[in-house]
Design a protein around this ligand. Structure first.
Ligand code: SF4
Length: 457
């Protein structure tokens, strides 16, 4: 069940006759990474044209808007507000004019030393338009005295700590950047066209599948990949001794049909379920996922345990944030608005419910209540991730530690709260094994408390 919020998705394409329309499609494929705002900036004769809107990609762009976004190169962004308010001024790509040149930045991730950089800049007279962490990069670029854009970019980026996968557009280049620890994914692809191919860059490879592009490779942590009329070239940020790729991209955020950090997400999720079945077996009649994010793990659990799989809970995909309940409030609709248990499948059976994670525990409690209310004789909760014991500071919207049920309760207390017959979480070792990850290459701080950077208070 969607209990965490996605962060952001970025996309870019260089030199294609339908750049803005391809970017629109790319953003459409990345919609799961952010639904609060979207934007596209196109480059036409060294000038930028932009359009940003609150809400979904399909609602934010019309034929006439895409016609207006002329030019062979464009970048785009979908956003969930992890820092700053959900205002149009915070919608990305962020745009500005620096030293007589237009610049647009699309950012996925969260810069952890924003507060100190922002204060320092404000002390020197900087005026901020919005409240996002990305804006500090614009200010650093504006103030750097380097004569070449690339020099100014490197000088600015080395001051940032934390997570940033960026797609940047100036008057003559498209630039993709992944931070030295590689927190967030960023992939390169090539889209065939009549006279060769266009470079494309996207947060996830599922965007390439939709537009028919070939996945070439991931950007390396610390890599700056530059595309211009002169061809491509790379620059490197100072190497980090440790990588910190977000393990939660595999657990929950990324689409299952994407390849993230070199590994298929669907495979990872099935592996999570398989290992969960090994670590937390239970005697039951049916494995039922909390849709949609628990489906692949539940298939893995079912295959490993031999317990049949069925879709005992059906999800309504059309629930927006603005759902209005009847005033007379005869009963609270709560989670039933989104999830409907099928008693024809659940009645009289011992059910293993598989979820991707538990945050506050309140949704799990409601789901277990629904399954039990549909006639299940036993309800066992299995979680395809370790207990979430800490918040994320790298671009994922998590509640504070005080609200995380696993940070403040034992597993037995959580079981009692959600009213399950038994509960079982995957171990941290199982998580790393399922994703074929090592602690030197991945961040799993929200599960193991080992934050890979210093944190500002
Ligand atoms: S703290 Fe958790 S969600 Fe945040 S980057 Fe690390 S693994 Fe990902």
């Amino acid at each position: 069940m969607k209990s965490w919020h996605e962060e952001c998705g970025v996309f870019g394409i260089w030199n294609h006759p339908e750049a803005s329309r391809i970017t629109y499609l790319g953003l459409f494929a990345l919609q799961h990474r952010g639904q609060e705002s979207c934007g596209i900036v196109s480059l036409n004769n060294k000038l930028h044209i932009h359009h940003k809107a609150l809400g979904l990609v399909a609602d934010g762009f019309s034929e006439s808007v895409l016609d207006r976004l002329k030019g062979p190169t464009s970048i785009g962004h979908v956003r969930y507000a992890t820092t700053g308010d959900n205002l149009l001024t915070n919608a990305q790509p962020l745009t500005a004019t620096l030293k007589e040149e237009p610049i647009a930045i699309a950012h996925n991730g969260n810069i952890v030393n924003t507060k100190s950089i922002r204060k320092n800049l404000q002390d020197r007279g900087a005026i901020f338009q919005g409240t996002t962490d990305t804006e500090v990069l614009l200010h650093l670029l504006a103030r750097d005295s380097g004569s070449q854009f690339e020099d100014r970019l490197v000088n600015s980026l080395v001051q940032l700590q934390g997570a940033y996968s960026l797609v940047i557009l100036n008057s003559e280049k498209l630039i993709a950047v992944r931070d030295p620890m590689g927190f967030r994914p960023l992939s390169l692809g090539q889209l065939q066209k009549e006279d060769g191919f266009s470079w494309v860059v996207a947060s996830e490879t599922c965007a390439f599948d939709l537009i028919g592009a070939k996945f070439v490779r991931d950007l390396e942590p610390g890599e700056i990949f530059i595309v211009s009329d002169g061809g491509t070239r790379q620059l490197w940020l100072p190497k980090s001794p440790k990588k910190a790729q977000c393990i939660f991209e595999h657990v929950y955020f990324s689409r299952p049909d994407s390849i993230v950090f070199g590994q298929g997400v669907y495979d990872s999720r099935k592996n999570l379920g398989r290992l969960l079945a090994q670590e937390c077996p239970v005697k039951a009649d049916l494995v039922v996922p909390v849709p949609d994010s628990g489906v692949a793990a539940a298939l893995g659990y079912s295959e490993e345990s031999g317990i049949p799989f069925d879709l005992g809970i059906i999800r309504n995909h059309y629930v927006g944030r603005t759902f209005i309940e009847p005033r007379s409030n005869i009963r609270s609709f709560g989670v039933k608005i989104k999830l409907n248990p099928m008693s024809s499948i659940l009645k009289g059976k011992r059910i293993v419910v598989i979820d991707d994670s538990i945050v506050r525990g309140t949704t799990s409690k409601k789901i277990i209540g629904l399954v039990r209310g549909s006639g299940a004789t036993e309800v066992h909760l299995r979680v395809a991730a370790p207990p979430t014991t800490g918040p994320c500071y790298y671009g994922v919207d998590t509640p504070s530690r005080s609200e995380l049920i696993a940070a403040n309760n034992t597993q037995e207390q959580i079981r009692q709260f959600v009213e399950a017959d038994s509960i079982g979480y995957l171990s941290v070792e199982g998580l790393f094994k399922a994703v074929k990850a090592t602690s030197q290459s991945y961040c799993a701080a929200c599960f193991d408390g080992k934050y890979p950077t210093a944190l500002e208070t």
